[in-house]
Design a protein around this ligand. Structure first.
Ligand SMILES: CC(C)(COP(=O)(O)OP(=O)(O)OC[C@H]1O[C@@H](n2cnc3c(N)ncnc32)[C@H](O)[C@@H]1OP(=O)(O)O)[C@@H](O)C(=O)NCCC(=O)NCCS
Length: 215
């Protein structure tokens, strides 16, 4: 494998980032197991970052190909506002027009997701005042465990420091990646569980929030 170079995100990287987001959306595995509608899910996962705050995003490139990304936001409150009042309503219409609500696989997913929401599993403490920034990081299969993730995180932390952002938080549902985040100096702020993938995994999925002071 050619050594990966870490650089700022650029517009032509958008499709690669979206593809990797789909390929890793099920705790590091492809989203096709629970969802039909690649564009819709990629919009949900990446649109704010690539289209509204591209300056806070980084990619890893190897052999001329984007093999991983870290998409970030300096202020989760700005992200939430833009997402709730801009991206999400437009996405609902787009998803409807694309027929996403008429697929059986998606019905099962949405039904389980709604059950989880109504059971209160999405209630979490709000850390946005003390930990304003956030991130999502994902590498394509075949490019993991060779230090690329650590380099992406370091580039982002340096960027946050240069912009006087005091702290960062992130949520993950992957127990394996939790170990990675601890190694990057993040501390666990919250641990909970969600049941909406039980119909696929036969067990509850943990959810963790990790945080780190930057300055
Ligand atoms: C999680 C992820 C970003 C880590 O990046 P990476 O390049 O694989 O990690 P690194 O090689 O930089 O690892 C640094 C350290 O983290 C730990 N680590 C990394 N991945 C780990 C895993 N899956 N399980 C346990 N520890 C892990 C190791 O201790 C490693 O140290 P070592 O090299 O001395 O063994 C990457 O593996 C990935 O994209 N995984 C799939 C998608 C995912 O889970 N994303 C996170 C969702 S929030």
């Amino acid at each position: 494998m050619e050594e990966a170079v870490i650089r700022h995100y650029q517009k032509p990287d958008r499709d690669s980032v979206r593809k990797i987001s789909w390929d890793t959306a099920f705790m590091g595995e492809p989203a096709g197991i629970f969802f039909e509608g690649q564009d819709v899910l990629a919009d949900f996962l990446t649109r704010y970052f690539t289209d509204y705050e591209p300056e806070s995003c980084f990619v890893a490139e190897s052999g001329g190909k984007v093999v991983g990304y870290l998409i970030g936001a300096k202020d989760t409150r700005v992200l939430a506002k833009k997402f709730l009042f801009g991206i999400f309503p437009a996405l609902l219409i787009y998803a409807f027009l694309k027929g996403v609500f008429f697929k059986k696989k998606n019905h099962i997913f949405f039904l389980n997701l709604l059950k989880s929401i109504f059971n209160g599993e999405f209630k979490m403490p709000d850390f946005s005042k003390d930990y304003p920034a956030t991130l999502h990081i994902n590498l394509a299969a075949g490019f993991r465990h060779s230090g690329i993730g650590s380099k992406l995180i370091q580039a982002y932390f340096d960027y946050l420091q240069a912009h006087n952002v005091k702290a960062v938080q992130l949520a993950t549902m992957s127990e394996h990646s939790a170990e990675f985040f601890v190694k990057q100096g993040l501390c666990q702020l919250f641990a909970g569980k969600r049941t909406y993938f039980r119909y696929l995994t036969k067990k509850d999925t943990p959810v963790f929030i990790y945080g780190k002071k930057i300055a």
